[in-house]
Ligand binder design. Structure first.
Ligand SMILES: [Zn+2]
Length: 266
């Protein structure tokens, strides 16, 4: 399997995985429109429609597979882009404007694609989130449903931007934990055979939620410091800085604060 890393300003933003099945080259999450390089593939699997993952799906002109209820956002991405500008601000501009996909294919939960890849709807990070399980090689493409794995720091941190749904997320994790997996592949940013990372991550996210419970309404900076205090993974990322801290850590903390706020008001 090939791994193609896309960079923003010299820092990795997403890894695209390309593998071959039945004579077809399949790309998982081709990355943002602005960073698309040459990619010779026959089909694209989108774990979800966030711009950093599948913003370039339309540019490739190949069939793009996506959660069955969100096909329209690939066919006509104008509203998705407007919504991304509202939530991500300058990052949406940096990721670039998506083009309409020529052919978007909706995938139902439980579907099997190309006779080899099983589809799991895994909401939580986003309602349109899907994981793909490549059965022959026992590879699980986790999308943003199992955190951000940073190999050079050997850490995992949540990727939980608003609107995050904790219960759905944990249920999704439990669901795929039962699969026979040899390799977990994270778009941010590498694959690992340490499948137990899924359990580490589950505990981590519950720990972050506890650490942030009394900080709702406070600043994101304080909240970031609070999670770094209880989690050495977060502390390492904060110390490293760059996109890891400015983009992933801050948006994840903001999403959990937003979740706690909405949970307390409902
Ligand atoms: Zn995402």
């Amino acid at each position: 399997m090939e791994r193609v890393v896309r960079f923003l300003g010299g820092e990795p933003i997403v890894a695209t995985y390309v593998f071959e099945v039945g004579g077809m080259r399949i790309a998982v999450d081709p990355g943002p429109a602005s960073t698309l390089g040459s990619l010779e593939v026959d089909a694209v699997l989108c774990t979800h429609i966030h711009l950093d993952h599948c913003g370039s799906a339309g540019h490739l002109g190949k069939p793009a597979y996506v959660h069955e209820r969100y096909v329209r956002h690939l066919v006509d991405p104008a509203r998705l882009y407007e919504a991304s500008l509202a939530t991500l601000g300058v990052y949406a501009e940096v990721f670039g404007r998506p083009l309409p996909a020529r052919e978007a294919v909706g995938v139902p939960d439980g579907a099997r694609l190309f006779d080899a890849v099983d589809v799991f709807h895994t909401p939580g990070h986003a309602p349109h989130h899907v994981m793909y399980y490549y059965r022959d090689e026992k590879v699980l493409f986790v999308g943003d449903g199992a955190g951000v794995y940073i190999p050079e720091l050997d850490v995992v941190i949540p990727t939980t931007p608003p609107p995050f749904r904790l219960q759905q997320y944990l249920e999704s994790l439990s669901r795929v934990r039962g699969l026979d997996v040899d390799l977990l592949c994270f778009p941010h940013f590498a694959c690992t055979r340490r499948v137990e990372i899924l359990d580490v991550h589950r505990e981590q996210i519950v720990g972050w939620v506890e650490a942030l419970r009394d900080l709702v309404g406070g600043s994101v900076d304080d909240a970031v410091r609070a999670v770094a205090k209880v989690d050495e993974n977060a502390a390492k990322v904060l110390q490293t800085g760059g996109l890891y801290a400015d983009f992933f850590l801050r948006y994840s903390v903001a999403g959990l604060l937003d979740y706690l706020r909405s949970a307390s008001s409902s």
